[in-house]
Write a protein that binds this ligand. Sequence first.
Ligand SMILES: [Zn+2]
Ligand SMILES: [Zn+2]
Ligand SMILES: [Zn+2]
Length: 144
Amino acid sequence: MESYIDIVKLKLKEEGYKLTPQRRSIVDIMIKNEGKHLNSEEIYDLVKVECPEIGLATVYRTLQLLDDIGAVSKLNLDDGCCRYEINLNDETHNHHHLICKKCNKIIEVEEDLLETLEEQIEKNYGFKIFDHDVKFFGMCNSCK
Ligand SMILES: [Zn+2]
Ligand SMILES: [Zn+2]
Ligand SMILES: [Zn+2]
């Protein structure tokens, strides 16, 4: 199986970009922190440890580029910042996020559970669904 880093390299190449050492360290941080939904500043702080010369603007640009090529997904969880997570598979739909309004914890729901709804929409609206971005706001088990 191809590793995520090879997929990123290939996707960048297709668009005429290279996996530079700086881009590589950003991708490495994303892999190491999978499931954490880091925001741009948090990614910057972590990358800086390994790449002290990197600037925040480069991190912003790289994350945007990785989002454009579909290597990462940008998340807007309504908390005033852009969060990112690696996107391992273009074929699958985005998982859902549960956001605790009390402690701001983000919980992932791996099951899609929307198959019936998607089927209905595709049928009733003649619309082909590629993906969705579902957030649920509420209170987590420990805050409840
Ligand atoms: Zn779905
Ligand atoms: Zn909570
Ligand atoms: Zn997630």
